[in-house]
Design a protein around this ligand. Structure first.
Ligand code: HEC
Ligand code: HEC
Length: 240
């Protein structure tokens, strides 16, 4: 609300200063945590078809790998194991440019993969994939600090073991690659991930770079439940 008011004010001021041309493609500075238009709602209401999803996932596999395990250097996140609602929301956000992802954006557009049904389908397919047992982890040098920070600041939303919460769109963060966790955390802390939950931003705003590194390292080392993990070196037979 505040942000909207402020931006309206800026516009009014700009106009009063004397016809400063506003870039027509400037996105409004709206609170963006849940602003992906109708697609989230529609895709959430649709039943996904994993078979259709497999064909769509072929596009995604180029970066997220056929297994959905991403890269341990964090360039591409692991998608396997992520909550249904989180995947739908993040995809819808990326497609609506409510979360910047220039690398992926052109491949994830409706013109490339289809509308909300495609989102539901591909997410249904991703749900069939086990998680990597060998995600990228940090240096392991500051774990006591990381654990304390996690307990004090993250459990409330991401759970005692980093399991997240499907209903509340809180991502599962355990078993994710360290470098990806770190990058997202930094972007959220610094206000660069526009779709970030404002309560998380508030919670982590005072984190130093050391804090950020330590808590990301600790999080990357929390093991997901054993029954969610695939065997080391597993290859997805759907893409053999
Ligand atoms: C050209 C590479 C590329 C392709 C193709 C691609 N992605 Fe991505 N994707 C990325 C990158 C890079 C990120 C992380 C961006 C960042 O760091 O913010 C990402 C992030 C995501 C996220 C957010 C994950 C999270 O934990 O929040 C989801 C969901 C996702 N991709 C799903 C998909 C799906 C589904 C497809 C296929 C339709 C796909 N991606 C195709 C590169 C790609
Ligand atoms: C008030 C709830 C809340 C708190 C507290 C919180 N988070 Fe989050 N976090 C979220 C939500 C919600 C998202 C997803 C936002 C979105 O939809 O873009 C998120 C996203 C993330 C992501 C990106 C995940 C991905 O797959 O892209 C990371 C990493 C993360 N949080 C780590 C942490 C850590 C570490 C802490 C503690 C220091 C923490 N968060 C505290 C709610 C919270």
């Amino acid at each position: 609300m505040k942000v909207v008011l402020k931006s309206a004010l800026v516009v009014a001021m700009a106009l009063s200063v004397g016809g400063v041309a506003l870039a027509a493609d400037k996105k409004p500075a709206m609170p963006a945590w849940k602003m992906q238009g109708d697609e989230l709602e529609i895709a959430m209401s649709l039943k996904g078809d994993a078979k259709e999803g497999r064909d769509i996932y072929e596009v995604c596999a180029a970066c997220h790998l056929p297994e959905g395990w991403g890269l341990s250097d964090g360039t591409f996140p692991q998608l396997a194991g992520q909550h249904h609602n989180v995947l739908v929301k993040q995809l819808a956000d990326i497609r609506a440019q409510n979360r910047d992802n220039p690398t992926m954006y052109p491949f994830a557009l409706p013109s490339q993969i289809g509308g909300p049904q495609a989102v539901a389908d591909v997410v249904e397919y991703i749900a069939t994939l086990p998680m990597t047992p060998e995600n990228g982890v940090g240096p392991g040098t500051d774990l006591a600090l990381g654990e304390q920070l996690y307990k004090d600041n993250c459990v409330r939303c991401h759970g005692a073991n980093g399991e997240g919460n499907n209903e509340k769109y809180f991502p599962r963060i355990h078993g994710q690659h360290f470098e990806y966790i770190k990058r997202q955390f930094r972007e959220i802390r610094d206000g660069k991930r526009r779709n970030a939950n404002p309560d998380m931003v508030k919670q982590v705003k005072g984190f130093s770079d050391r804090d950020l590194e330590a808590v990301s390292d600790y999080t990357s080392r929390i093991k997901p439940p054993a029954d969610r993990l695939g065997p080391p070196g597993w290859q997805n037979p759907d893409f053999q």
